[in-house]
Design a protein. Sequence first.
Length: 117
Amino acid sequence: QVQLVESGGGLVQAGGSLRLSCAASGRTVSSLTMAWFRQAPGKEREFVASISRIGGSTHYADSVKGRFTISRDNAKNTVDLQMNSLKPEDTAVYLCAASQIVQFDYWGQGTQVTVSS
């Protein structure tokens, strides 16, 4: 069983930065494919970024490419999401997820990110 706990959300002005962190327990983050998703009010959950368990390759949604960076800290067993140049449309609950093979089996509770214009 994997438990995921997100932190680092908050209120920031447009153009600002935030760093989210996802702390994992039960498994090492290096043995899992880890990802961040987000869900805005009235919208479906959408993929933001992922880092694979094999090779550590990263993938990003087009909407965040060049602004967000996902990284893994094996010593801390965390996965971070550095978010720069934030826009009001980035406002959402950000959720951390983990996959052992294909689908994302484990999810955190989420952390709120609000970007004011």
